[in-house]
Write a protein that binds this ligand. Structure first.
Ligand code: NDP
Length: 296
């Protein structure tokens, strides 16, 4: 057994074919969406491998479902460990039906204010870790001819605004990878669902989770409001993570699971507006776009 794990009684979970429901592997399950998705899956009768940097934060979840929940230590930027956690999950439960790349964090900073280190660290968390986890689970899902990959992106994975360019870059990268992935794995019976939440009441905007790059006075007018508004929204966001989790399960259960699912009134409004603006811009410049072919 490779992965350090915790269960209610400190023993390894039961192995074998009798695993009830679907088997989920969820990253960043200590709080917010990750915990809500784990709870919803357990309420649906499924089995959950909930991963977290500090697995003891999941003790209550495991205690409430000792036969169907296990907490496993995983920092998703530790890509070497990802393979061990996947191997152990398959060893214990025989398969992985749903993987949820959820772990993440907010970051505010103008592009010029964001250091190379900050950008690379966020790419590790939102892109390279999830990509490694997808690579590790796909052989098992292909062998079973079924499975689902849930990618927690953001409405900021579809459009962006001042102060969140780096955050959006990581989510755009995840969405680009996932769009191609969906077509590649569909013939193997595997679904890909990109989730694009708006503002939800999780730990995301709280002081401990949200990273802010060192501010330059030059960006006070454009990025300054975001630096105060996002933390100011903490605890007051409209979105309910439990309802988001229910919506994700509903979308996964549908025969025509969407590739992208915005969540929340703010996300639905903003994504529709961004799509309209994007289409209008292409149409405005269409003649110039089409003027670049050889004449022969
Ligand atoms: P939370 O802060 O409540 O949860 C984030 C989770 O990610 C925590 O469990 C945290 O663990 C975990 N995490 C952070 N870094 C790592 C790491 N290196 N390895 C493993 N786990 C890690 O926020 P949310 O639930 O909102 O965030 C979940 C996802 O939702 C993120 O991908 C975020 O980008 C996305 N999202 C959130 C929105 C919102 O408004 N809430 C809007 C759009 C997207 P720990 O407890 O150890 O810190």
């Amino acid at each position: 057994m490779n992965a350090e794990h915790r269960t209610n009684d400190g023993h390894a979970p039961a192995t074998g074919d009798g695993t009830p429901g679907r088997v989920w592997l969820i990253t960043g399950a200590s709080s917010g969406f990750g915990r809500a998705i784990a709870s919803a899956a357990l309420a649906a009768g499924d089995t959950v491998v909930a991963t977290a940097r500090r697995p003891e934060t999941l003790d209550d979840l495991v205690a409430a479902h000792p036969d169907r929940a296990v907490a496993v230590q995983l920092d998703v930027t530790d890509t070497a460990r990802i393979a061990d956690v996947v191997a152990d999950t398959v060893l214990w439960y025989g398969r992985i039906d749903v993987v949820v790349n959820n772990a993440g964090m907010g970051m505010i900073g103008a592009v010029e204010e964001t250091s190379d280190r900050e950008l690379r660290d966020l790419m590790d968390l939102h892109f390279f870790g999830p990509a490694a986890l997808v690579r590790a689970v796909l052989p098992h899902m292909r062998r079973n001819g079924s499975g689902a990959v849930v990618q927690m992106s953001s409405m900021g994975g579809r459009f962006t605004f001042p102060g969140v360019g780096a955050y959006s870059a990581t989510k755009f990268a995840l969405e680009g990878l996932s769009e191609a992935l969906a077509v590649e794995v569909a013939p193997h019976g595997i679904k890909v669902l990109i989730v694009e939440p708006g503002s939800f009441r999780t730990g995301f905007a709280g002081g401990g989770a949200l990273h802010q790059s060192a501010a330059l006075p030059a960006y006070e007018a454009t990025v300054g409001p975001v630096r105060s508004d996002l933390p100011g929204s903490d605890g007051k966001q409209e979105g309910d993570p439990a309802k988001a989790a229910t919506a994700i399960l509903t979308a996964l259960d549908a025969p025509d699971t969407p590739l992208r699912l915005p969540l929340g009134n703010d996300a639905a409004d903003a994504v529709l507006a961004a799509l309209d603006a994007s289409r209008a811009e292409v149409l405005t410049w269409e003649k110039l776009s089409r003027s670049t072919a050889f004449e022969d």
